[in-house]
Design a protein around this ligand. Structure first.
Ligand code: IPE
Ligand code: IPE
Ligand code: MG
Length: 264
Protein backbone atom coordinates (compact mmCIF):
# COMPACT_ATOMS: atom_id res chain seq x y z
CA UNK A 1 0.00 0.00 0.00
CA UNK A 2 3.06 2.24 0.31
CA UNK A 3 3.26 4.92 -2.38
CA UNK A 4 6.48 4.88 -4.41
CA UNK A 5 9.10 7.36 -3.28
CA UNK A 6 11.76 8.88 -5.51
CA UNK A 7 15.38 9.32 -4.50
CA UNK A 8 14.85 12.65 -2.78
CA UNK A 9 11.98 11.34 -0.71
CA UNK A 10 9.07 12.80 -2.66
CA UNK A 11 6.11 10.50 -2.77
CA UNK A 12 4.07 10.04 -5.92
CA UNK A 13 1.47 12.78 -6.13
CA UNK A 14 2.86 14.78 -3.23
CA UNK A 15 5.44 16.62 -5.30
CA UNK A 16 2.74 18.71 -6.98
CA UNK A 17 1.42 19.80 -3.59
CA UNK A 18 4.97 20.43 -2.43
CA UNK A 19 4.40 18.39 0.68
CA UNK A 20 7.42 16.34 1.55
CA UNK A 21 6.24 13.54 3.79
CA UNK A 22 8.65 12.63 6.60
CA UNK A 23 9.37 8.92 6.88
CA UNK A 24 9.32 9.08 10.67
CA UNK A 25 7.32 11.53 12.80
CA UNK A 26 7.94 11.59 16.57
CA UNK A 27 5.59 13.50 18.86
CA UNK A 28 5.70 14.60 22.50
CA UNK A 29 1.99 14.71 23.20
CA UNK A 30 1.92 17.43 25.84
CA UNK A 31 -0.75 19.74 27.24
CA UNK A 32 -3.53 17.35 28.26
CA UNK A 33 -3.62 18.62 31.83
CA UNK A 34 -3.80 22.26 30.84
CA UNK A 35 -6.49 21.52 28.26
CA UNK A 36 -8.62 19.99 31.01
CA UNK A 37 -7.85 22.70 33.57
CA UNK A 38 -8.92 25.39 31.09
CA UNK A 39 -12.32 23.68 31.00
CA UNK A 40 -12.45 23.20 34.76
CA UNK A 41 -12.27 19.47 34.24
CA UNK A 42 -10.04 17.00 36.06
CA UNK A 43 -6.66 16.39 34.39
CA UNK A 44 -7.77 12.92 33.47
CA UNK A 45 -10.40 14.34 31.10
CA UNK A 46 -7.51 15.84 29.13
CA UNK A 47 -5.79 12.47 28.87
CA UNK A 48 -9.02 10.90 27.65
CA UNK A 49 -9.47 13.61 25.02
CA UNK A 50 -5.84 13.04 24.06
CA UNK A 51 -6.63 9.46 23.06
CA UNK A 52 -9.02 10.81 20.42
CA UNK A 53 -6.21 12.93 19.02
CA UNK A 54 -3.98 9.86 18.87
CA UNK A 55 -6.56 8.11 16.73
CA UNK A 56 -6.86 11.01 14.29
CA UNK A 57 -3.08 11.53 14.02
CA UNK A 58 -2.54 7.79 13.43
CA UNK A 59 -5.20 7.70 10.72
CA UNK A 60 -3.90 10.81 9.02
CA UNK A 61 -0.37 9.41 9.09
CA UNK A 62 -1.60 6.25 7.37
CA UNK A 63 -3.35 8.35 4.75
CA UNK A 64 -0.26 10.43 4.02
CA UNK A 65 2.13 7.49 3.87
CA UNK A 66 4.23 8.25 6.95
CA UNK A 67 6.19 5.03 7.64
CA UNK A 68 6.83 5.39 11.37
CA UNK A 69 4.99 7.39 14.02
CA UNK A 70 6.40 7.45 17.55
CA UNK A 71 4.21 8.90 20.29
CA UNK A 72 5.48 9.73 23.77
CA UNK A 73 2.72 8.48 26.07
CA UNK A 74 4.46 8.12 29.44
CA UNK A 75 8.01 9.08 30.34
CA UNK A 76 10.28 7.34 32.82
CA UNK A 77 9.92 10.56 34.85
CA UNK A 78 6.11 10.54 34.83
CA UNK A 79 6.09 8.09 37.78
CA UNK A 80 6.73 11.22 39.86
CA UNK A 81 3.13 12.32 39.31
CA UNK A 82 0.47 11.78 41.96
CA UNK A 83 -0.29 8.09 42.35
CA UNK A 84 -3.90 8.61 41.32
CA UNK A 85 -2.96 10.20 38.00
CA UNK A 86 -0.41 7.44 37.27
CA UNK A 87 -3.01 4.76 38.00
CA UNK A 88 -5.58 6.45 35.78
CA UNK A 89 -3.03 6.76 32.96
CA UNK A 90 -2.25 3.04 33.22
CA UNK A 91 -5.97 2.19 33.13
CA UNK A 92 -6.41 4.41 30.10
CA UNK A 93 -3.49 2.77 28.33
CA UNK A 94 -5.00 -0.66 28.96
CA UNK A 95 -8.43 0.44 27.77
CA UNK A 96 -7.04 2.12 24.65
CA UNK A 97 -5.06 -1.01 23.75
CA UNK A 98 -8.16 -3.16 24.10
CA UNK A 99 -10.35 -0.80 22.12
CA UNK A 100 -8.02 0.23 19.34
CA UNK A 101 -6.22 -2.95 18.32
CA UNK A 102 -8.82 -4.09 15.81
CA UNK A 103 -8.94 -0.68 14.22
CA UNK A 104 -5.14 -0.64 14.00
CA UNK A 105 -5.16 -3.97 12.22
CA UNK A 106 -7.83 -2.78 9.83
CA UNK A 107 -5.67 0.23 8.98
CA UNK A 108 -2.63 -2.06 8.51
CA UNK A 109 -0.81 -0.45 11.46
CA UNK A 110 1.87 -2.38 13.30
CA UNK A 111 2.02 -1.49 16.98
CA UNK A 112 5.25 -1.56 18.97
CA UNK A 113 5.64 -0.39 22.53
CA UNK A 114 9.08 0.95 23.43
CA UNK A 115 10.22 1.56 26.99
CA UNK A 116 10.77 -0.47 30.13
CA UNK A 117 7.53 -2.43 30.32
CA UNK A 118 8.70 -4.54 33.25
CA UNK A 119 7.36 -1.84 35.60
CA UNK A 120 3.80 -2.33 34.30
CA UNK A 121 1.22 -4.68 35.79
CA UNK A 122 1.21 -8.25 34.46
CA UNK A 123 -2.15 -7.58 32.86
CA UNK A 124 -0.90 -4.54 30.98
CA UNK A 125 2.26 -6.36 29.88
CA UNK A 126 0.13 -9.21 28.55
CA UNK A 127 -2.15 -6.81 26.65
CA UNK A 128 0.85 -5.06 25.12
CA UNK A 129 2.33 -8.37 23.94
CA UNK A 130 -1.05 -9.42 22.56
CA UNK A 131 -1.55 -6.14 20.68
CA UNK A 132 1.95 -6.34 19.23
CA UNK A 133 1.32 -9.89 18.09
CA UNK A 134 -2.06 -9.13 16.56
CA UNK A 135 -0.59 -6.35 14.43
CA UNK A 136 2.85 -7.89 13.80
CA UNK A 137 2.30 -8.45 10.08
CA UNK A 138 0.82 -4.99 9.39
CA UNK A 139 3.02 -2.90 7.14
CA UNK A 140 1.55 0.48 6.14
CA UNK A 141 2.52 2.32 9.33
CA UNK A 142 4.63 1.35 12.32
CA UNK A 143 3.16 3.00 15.39
CA UNK A 144 5.54 3.10 18.32
CA UNK A 145 4.10 4.03 21.67
CA UNK A 146 6.84 5.16 24.05
CA UNK A 147 5.68 4.10 27.51
CA UNK A 148 7.90 4.23 30.57
CA UNK A 149 10.41 5.40 28.01
CA UNK A 150 13.45 7.59 28.52
CA UNK A 151 16.10 8.41 25.93
CA UNK A 152 18.83 7.86 28.51
CA UNK A 153 17.32 4.54 29.54
CA UNK A 154 17.35 3.50 25.86
CA UNK A 155 21.06 4.34 25.54
CA UNK A 156 21.98 2.62 28.84
CA UNK A 157 20.02 -0.45 27.75
CA UNK A 158 21.92 -0.51 24.43
CA UNK A 159 25.30 0.00 26.13
CA UNK A 160 24.58 -2.90 28.44
CA UNK A 161 23.65 -5.21 25.55
CA UNK A 162 26.84 -4.33 23.66
CA UNK A 163 28.99 -4.74 26.80
CA UNK A 164 27.44 -8.16 27.28
CA UNK A 165 28.56 -9.19 23.81
CA UNK A 166 32.07 -7.89 24.51
CA UNK A 167 32.09 -9.93 27.74
CA UNK A 168 31.00 -13.03 25.88
CA UNK A 169 33.79 -12.48 23.37
CA UNK A 170 31.44 -12.12 20.38
CA UNK A 171 32.17 -8.42 19.86
CA UNK A 172 35.40 -6.42 19.83
CA UNK A 173 34.95 -3.12 21.70
CA UNK A 174 36.83 -1.36 18.88
CA UNK A 175 34.12 -2.41 16.44
CA UNK A 176 31.42 -0.49 18.31
CA UNK A 177 30.28 2.30 16.01
CA UNK A 178 27.16 4.43 15.50
CA UNK A 179 25.47 1.71 13.46
CA UNK A 180 25.92 -0.90 16.18
CA UNK A 181 24.69 1.45 18.89
CA UNK A 182 21.67 2.35 16.72
CA UNK A 183 20.90 -1.34 16.25
CA UNK A 184 20.99 -1.95 20.00
CA UNK A 185 18.38 0.74 20.70
CA UNK A 186 14.66 -0.01 21.02
CA UNK A 187 14.05 1.63 17.62
CA UNK A 188 16.42 -0.77 15.85
CA UNK A 189 15.70 -1.24 12.16
CA UNK A 190 13.61 1.91 11.81
CA UNK A 191 14.66 5.23 10.26
CA UNK A 192 15.48 8.07 12.67
CA UNK A 193 12.77 10.71 13.21
CA UNK A 194 12.70 13.32 10.45
CA UNK A 195 10.12 15.51 12.16
CA UNK A 196 9.99 15.95 15.95
CA UNK A 197 6.82 17.64 17.14
CA UNK A 198 6.09 18.87 20.65
CA UNK A 199 2.65 20.20 21.48
CA UNK A 200 1.76 22.13 24.63
CA UNK A 201 4.19 25.02 24.27
CA UNK A 202 7.23 23.76 26.18
CA UNK A 203 10.60 24.01 24.49
CA UNK A 204 12.43 20.96 25.79
CA UNK A 205 13.15 17.36 24.84
CA UNK A 206 12.05 15.79 28.15
CA UNK A 207 14.28 12.75 27.57
CA UNK A 208 12.55 11.60 24.37
CA UNK A 209 14.47 9.76 21.61
CA UNK A 210 17.75 11.52 22.44
CA UNK A 211 20.07 9.50 20.21
CA UNK A 212 17.61 9.03 17.36
CA UNK A 213 16.66 12.72 17.07
CA UNK A 214 20.20 13.94 16.44
CA UNK A 215 19.12 15.40 13.07
CA UNK A 216 15.36 15.65 13.45
CA UNK A 217 13.61 18.85 12.41
CA UNK A 218 11.94 20.37 15.47
CA UNK A 219 8.41 21.72 15.41
CA UNK A 220 7.24 23.23 18.68
CA UNK A 221 3.67 24.39 18.91
CA UNK A 222 1.62 25.87 21.71
CA UNK A 223 -1.45 23.92 20.55
CA UNK A 224 -2.44 21.57 23.38
CA UNK A 225 -2.46 17.88 22.45
CA UNK A 226 -6.27 17.38 22.61
CA UNK A 227 -6.59 20.31 20.16
CA UNK A 228 -3.95 18.99 17.76
CA UNK A 229 -6.30 18.20 14.87
CA UNK A 230 -5.60 17.31 11.25
CA UNK A 231 -5.20 20.99 10.33
CA UNK A 232 -2.58 21.48 13.05
CA UNK A 233 -0.79 18.32 11.91
CA UNK A 234 -0.85 19.52 8.29
CA UNK A 235 0.70 22.80 9.44
CA UNK A 236 3.57 20.89 11.04
CA UNK A 237 4.06 18.89 7.85
CA UNK A 238 3.93 22.06 5.78
CA UNK A 239 6.62 23.59 7.96
CA UNK A 240 8.74 20.45 7.57
CA UNK A 241 8.30 20.60 3.80
CA UNK A 242 9.82 24.06 3.70
CA UNK A 243 12.94 23.13 5.67
CA UNK A 244 16.23 22.60 3.95
CA UNK A 245 17.97 19.67 5.61
CA UNK A 246 21.68 20.10 5.21
CA UNK A 247 23.18 17.43 7.44
CA UNK A 248 26.34 19.47 7.82
CA UNK A 249 26.68 20.48 4.17
CA UNK A 250 26.30 23.94 2.63
CA UNK A 251 23.13 25.24 0.98
CA UNK A 252 24.95 25.26 -2.37
CA UNK A 253 25.81 21.58 -2.06
CA UNK A 254 22.24 20.67 -1.14
CA UNK A 255 20.83 22.63 -4.09
CA UNK A 256 23.34 21.11 -6.53
CA UNK A 257 22.37 17.64 -5.30
CA UNK A 258 18.66 18.20 -5.61
CA UNK A 259 19.07 19.58 -9.17
CA UNK A 260 21.13 16.57 -10.24
CA UNK A 261 18.59 14.16 -8.75
CA UNK A 262 15.70 16.19 -10.25
CA UNK A 263 13.89 16.59 -6.96
CA UNK A 264 13.13 20.31 -7.09
C1 IPE B 1 0.98 14.99 28.51
O1 IPE B 1 0.13 15.93 29.08
C2 IPE B 1 0.55 13.59 28.84
C3 IPE B 1 1.45 12.87 29.77
C4 IPE B 1 2.58 13.30 30.20
C5 IPE B 1 1.00 11.57 30.22
P1 IPE B 1 0.39 16.54 30.51
O2 IPE B 1 -0.35 15.72 31.51
O3 IPE B 1 1.84 16.67 30.77
O4 IPE B 1 -0.28 17.95 30.36
P2 IPE B 1 0.20 19.32 31.00
O5 IPE B 1 1.61 19.54 30.56
O6 IPE B 1 0.09 19.17 32.49
O7 IPE B 1 -0.75 20.33 30.45
C1 IPE C 1 6.65 14.63 28.40
O1 IPE C 1 5.67 15.46 28.95
C2 IPE C 1 6.22 13.22 28.46
C3 IPE C 1 5.04 12.87 27.70
C4 IPE C 1 4.37 13.63 26.88
C5 IPE C 1 4.58 11.53 27.87
P1 IPE C 1 5.79 16.03 30.43
O2 IPE C 1 4.67 16.96 30.61
O3 IPE C 1 5.91 14.92 31.41
O4 IPE C 1 7.18 16.80 30.35
P2 IPE C 1 7.87 17.80 31.39
O5 IPE C 1 7.97 17.08 32.70
O6 IPE C 1 7.00 19.00 31.50
O7 IPE C 1 9.20 18.10 30.80
MG1 MG D 1 3.16 18.19 30.44
Amino acid sequence: MQKPMDEAGWQAGEKERKLRIPRHVAIIMDGNGRWAQARRLPRFAGHKAGVETVRSVVEHSVKLGVEVLTLFAFSSENWRRPRKEVDLLMDLFLLALEREVRRLRRNDVRLRVIGDRSAFSQKLQARIAEAEQTTADCRTLTLQIAANYGGRWDIVHAARALAQRVNEGTLDANDIDETLVGEALTTSGLPDPDLFIRTGGEQRLSNFLLWQSAYAELYLTSVLWPDFNVTAYEQALQSFSLRQRRFGRTTEQVLADSISSGSD
